[in-house]
Design a binder for this molecule. Sequence first.
Ligand SMILES: [Zn+2]
Length: 121
Amino acid sequence: MRSRGQTLVASLIVVAIILVCVVIFMKGTGDSKPLAKADGRGQTTLGNAKATAEDMVCKSNLSQVRDLLKVQKATDEEAKYATVAEIPGAASVSMCPVGKEPYTMDEAGNIKCPHPGHGKF
Ligand SMILES: [Zn+2]
């Protein structure tokens, strides 16, 4: 009977430790500001992981759009596009997945994301 009681206490301690860990990961420790992205996303550990995944999608979109532009320039040197969405095949990847801002393109053909913190992608 005594050993059964000790097992129960040990189990409750393990459950309590797991709950503390879950609370820390879900809500943050209160000192999680350094995690936050430039646009304020990612205040908690899980939120930061989600924000990082969204940033990766934006990087991937930009990479695809730049490659599409290279292919178009290679096949048609006279091709001129005023917006990213005009590049053939780029319509589905022509905006930031985070803020839905359309990507910008300057005269030299440099494509950038206007979302805060995405300027260097
Ligand atoms: Zn972006």
